[in-house]
Ligand binder design. Structure first.
Ligand SMILES: NC(=O)c1ccc[n+]([C@@H]2O[C@H](COP(=O)([O-])OP(=O)(O)OC[C@H]3O[C@@H](n4cnc5c(N)ncnc54)[C@H](OP(=O)(O)O)[C@@H]3O)[C@@H](O)[C@H]2O)c1
Length: 243
């Protein structure tokens, strides 16, 4: 396979939603603990999240003043990826799908020591499109944050995964939401495994589903365990359709 093995790991409500206030209710606390426990045990090369999830979980809306950074000029159609020397790559990555370069990081690693959910120390990798402000590239380089280009305006999921495997060496990655990025992976047909923790609660009508704008696809149930009122489910994709 010329891409990493992808495990989509998520907490869902009974009605298959993954965003919104239900995640922060007492009824969802147990599911969240189980989710982090599984996250730590899966031992992947890192995790991929959409820009909105990265912002909510790690950057909290910070954004640098780009006027302080020199543009990195690549020329149209000649965008160059930025990598660190291999000895400076950690083997454990927080991959941000951030097409326009909206995330404001303060260092090149996730700093999350208190919560202990298994993300601390992950090395940030930005996946960008050609829409990005060239000064944002200067900012990323000033922090030693590797970046890769995958697409002109939308991120080409296949191309991004190809680069994550062949340039960074990711063999297995978690896809950890939210709904929009999960949907783009589902439509690209690149989710090999689903790891779901179903909380015993129903979400609000406006909350988003596991896969936004999904298409039909099939998975095989490989494990189901009730744990303290939650349901932990594992599915694998049908092998005959593996890309
Ligand atoms: N239940 C769970 O286990 C779980 C896990 C993680 C997150 N969440 C929840 O999910 C919520 C966020 O979900 P969300 O669906 O609103 O957003 P999201 O998927 O986290 O991020 C969506 C954004 O990421 C960028 N993006 C992702 N895939 C892309 C692609 N293929 N091509 C181009 N751009 C792409 C775009 O950024 P731009 O907007 O910059 O173009 C897009 O708007 C959070 O509030 C969090 O609470 C839940």
């Amino acid at each position: 396979m010329n891409r990493p093995y992808i495990i989509c790991h998520m907490v869902t409500s009974l009605d298959g939603k993954v965003t919104g206030d239900f995640l922060f209710t007492p009824e969802c606390e147990g599911a969240t603990e189980i989710y982090y426990d599984i996250n730590r045990k899966l031992k992947c090369n890192g995790f991929i999240c959409g820009r909105v999830t990265m912002e909510g979980s790690f950057t909290q809306g910070y954004y640098p003043d780009l006027s302080n950074y020199e543009p990195v000029r690549h020329g149209i159609g000649h965008k160059m990826d930025f990598m660190l020397d291999s000895e400076d790559m950690t083997g454990f990555y927080a991959v941000a799908f951030d097409p326009k370069g909206k995330l404001g990081w303060k260092s090149n690693k996730i700093i999350d020591p208190d919560e202990d959910p298994g993300y601390d120390g992950a090395q940030i990798v930005e996946v960008l499109t050609e829409q990005v402000d060239e000064r944002y590239l200067g900012y990323l380089e000033s922090l030693d944050i590797p970046y890769i280009f995958a697409g002109e305006t939308e991120i080409d999921v296949d191309f991004a995964l190809f680069k994550l495997k062949n340039m960074i060496g990711c063999e297995t990655l978690l896809l950890e939401g939210g709904s929009i990025i999960n949907g783009s992976f589902q439509r690209a047909d690149v989710i090999d495994e689903l790891s779901l923790v179903v909380a015993p609660t129903v979400a609000d009508k406006d909350d988003k589903p596991l896969f936004m704008d999904s298409t039909i696809s099939n998975y095989e149930l490989t494990d189901a365990q009730p744990i303290n009122g939650n349901l932990v489910l594992n599915y694998k994709r049908n092998n005959n359709s593996v890309k």
